[in-house]
Ligand binder design. Structure first.
Ligand code: ZN
Length: 148
């Protein structure tokens, strides 16, 4: 179990150091939303490019703690090519995992590495910020998504 924790830690540190899809999505029909976690000071912008119901491309920019950056990076990797319904399922399962530590029958893949966050209530919002911001981008919500 501690080996697993160490491995998970390594994945998080790697995604923080070399975040994936960390760029502005420069497409004419791309949408974006801002997210802010006042508890920690994390700020994210999430960009989405959709093809009908499918999330064709997703990226982010921002600054904040290692958990918020790694979570955004892992999220963008996990969601490309999925439909809104598939994304909703993953989002619910992910938020349940990081808030309660409980897993469901939804396969979270690499996103599982953030499961340990539920032991640190202060960091839960760092992990969920990217997902709230994604939601706002998909819904074309102009208000800043906050974790409060
Ligand atoms: Zn944070």
């Amino acid at each position: 179990m501690s080996d697993l924790r160490e491995l998970y830690q390594e994945v998080i540190l790697d995604h923080n150091k070399s975040p994936r899809n960390c760029r502005v999505l420069d497409e004419p029909d791309a949408r974006h939303a801002e997210g802010y976690n006042p508890l920690c000071g994390d700020r994210l912008t999430v960009y989405v490019g959709t093809d009908g119901d499918v999330l064709r491309d997703v990226s982010f920019t921002g600054e904040g703690c290692a958990i918020s950056q790694a979570s955004a990076s892992l999220m963008t990797e996990a969601l490309k090519g999925l439909t809104r319904a598939e994304i909703e399922k993953l989002k619910d399962a992910f938020i349940k995992l990081v808030t309660t530590g409980e897993t469901t029958n939804v396969d979270l893949g690499k996103l599982r590495v953030l499961g340990g966050v539920h032991d640190f209530p202060m960091r839960v919002k760092c992990a969920t910020l990217a997902w709230h911001t994604l939601n706002a981008a998909l819904n074309n919500d102009r208000n800043t998504a906050t974790t409060e």
